[in-house]
Write a protein that binds this ligand. Sequence first.
Ligand SMILES: *Cc1c(COP(=O)(O)O)cnc(C)c1O
Length: 393
Amino acid sequence: MTTNDNWRMETVAIHAGKEIDPTTGAVMPPLHLSTTYERKADGSYHNGFMYIRGDNPTRRSLEDALCALEGGICAATFASGMAAIMTVFQALRPGDHVLIPDDIYFGTKVMIAELFTPWGLSSEAVDMTDLDAVRAAMRPNTRMLWIETPSNPLLKITDIAAVAEIAHEAGAILVCDSTWPSPALQRTLELGADLSVHATTKYLGGHSDMLGGAVIAKENSPFFDSVRMIQQNGGAVPSPFDCWLLLRGIRTLPYRMRGHCENAQRVADYLSHHPKIEKVYYPGLASHPGHAIAARQMSGFGGMLSIGLAPDSLHTGEQNARRMANRTKLFVQATSLGGVESLIEHRASIEGAVTNAPANLLRLSVGLEHPDDIIADLEQALSDEVTLERLSV
Ligand SMILES: *Cc1c(COP(=O)(O)O)cnc(C)c1O
């Protein structure tokens, strides 16, 4: 179905990449598992599909849907968020220079250090919220600025339009990892980014049951042609089943994001008044340094937040953080984010020695359970009961 330009996000999410199946009349797109397609006597193919890795109908529907959702012109999907990110870096050339944010998804940081620095890419981490620092870090061979907003795990907000201007003035491209806001909360391409990248594993999939990634482009360009070439020849493509699950997840994305935002705001408000919490990192709080920019460039503040636990007379902030994560009952202590269920995680101990995450920080992916139940769980996890239990053992 061709989506109507006037449709709102909720409508686009439900109808994008979908058409009535001409052979069966099926309303929802079928799952196409065939790896190969018949070639006709004249050498052509029935619908252009030839071999599953190059293109297939389920992936095509997904890529069309992602374009419509993000307001892009073309999209390439991948077997994981990391495969999507790797492809963008591979489309550069050895000797190119890139700017990356000082607060960045841990996997991206490791990938640059372990794969792309040896390959010949030079990179510099800058505070993308400090535009003078961004300008000062530009070099003649800077080809790409990579941003992540809100960032992981410190929820820093980068002004996409302002950084796009700096990039474009220097002939560089701006790429934004938009996993956390998802297309429902942030119009990354309209704000000025050239490419929007997603770990579709997170909010787009939304149910913690599939792995995937996507790169969506504002315009056709030689750079996106390289992304497509690497997708098809590198082969890190998603399975049709994961594409189909993702299409299913996308249908409810705008409504899920509303619930995530509503619940996370309640949690942030509650925790920001809690005496055991030293700091709440959530752009929906008026006290957040990026609040004004977030209010301008996002339609909601998202479902992710981080908190810093205060030390007390018996424990360090880190001990209190680990204790809280061990005591939640509804929040599962696990990595990842963006699913319907609430998750809590002590980032520093997951990331190890090279972490930027403060030792007392917990990252929360606020799910779609009832907010009163979510808050009651946090309340009991922060209560003093554990100390009493310990004393009585
Ligand atoms: C999860 C995540 C990734 C990596 O995606 P995978 O699907 O796990 O490979 C990249 N960026 C951000 C912001 C993420 O949250």
